[in-house]
Design a binder for this molecule. Sequence first.
Ligand SMILES: NC(=O)c1ccc[n+]([C@@H]2O[C@H](COP(=O)([O-])OP(=O)(O)OC[C@H]3O[C@@H](n4cnc5c(N)ncnc54)[C@H](OP(=O)(O)O)[C@@H]3O)[C@@H](O)[C@H]2O)c1
Length: 243
Amino acid sequence: MDKVVIVTGGSRGIGAATSMLLALNGYAVCINYRSRNKDAELLADKITQQGGKVFCFCADVSKEDDVIRLFEAVENHFGRVTHLVNNAGILFTQSRLVDLTLARFNRVMSTNINSCFLCCREAIKRMSSGGAIVNVSSAAARSGAPNEYIDYAASKGAMDTLTKGLSLELAAQGIRVNAVRPGFIETEMHADGGEPDRVNRLSPEIPLQRGGKPEEVATAIAWLLSDEASYVTGTFIDVAGGK
Ligand SMILES: NC(=O)c1ccc[n+]([C@@H]2O[C@H](COP(=O)([O-])OP(=O)(O)OC[C@H]3O[C@@H](n4cnc5c(N)ncnc54)[C@H](OP(=O)(O)O)[C@@H]3O)[C@@H](O)[C@H]2O)c1
């Protein structure tokens, strides 16, 4: 059976590195993105040039109707989804909790954890012959991200709990569910937090003394997704330079 994977937020940063690696590893890859179609198309062109199978689909994965459309479109294009990477995630300007609005809190939650719930649900319906899911959590789930983004950290804490529970619920069906928890990775996300240079500023506090590359996270995701990790479920890999 063909391996068909959806990478949510697969057009930039960690998602883009993951889409590329999985395509090179023989998966038919759906690059999902929210709005920046140029980034998705450029990446798809690169994957096609390397001989990979790729399909781009614009969908806001915080919205139920969009997620259903996404899974139906992938099924029509490639066949049943066998693998899923829940990678789409957002954060906003660094702030203390006392200054957060409910609108922001809800937006972070709906993008980071509602999306994970919805995509897992739609994927499981299709994984009748087993499958694998990797959730992209964060070291913030452990640190709590005080003074920066507790809302974001809380969404990733919820993702860790969903990963654990779902892995146990699905183990007997041959569906594995794991997560990676990246630390400080060089992507555009830190600009959304109001500090594009955040990784460099914090590098001295990281035991390995540097930020991580998206490709270093993609490698862990690809391993957890692969048959090489066939006896691994409900597990978390910290890709955080020792922090
Ligand atoms: N960078 C880090 O240091 C770090 C550390 C720990 C965990 N993480 C986690 O790793 C994941 C990827 O982070 P990144 O740094 O690579 O992010 P990024 O560079 O900001 O890229 C975000 C990606 O997610 C997509 N996206 C955002 N909201 C979406 C939505 N509602 N529906 C569909 N797609 C959506 C974006 O699409 P558009 O381009 O169309 O907007 C883009 O492809 C996130 O879950 C993040 O929390 C990152």
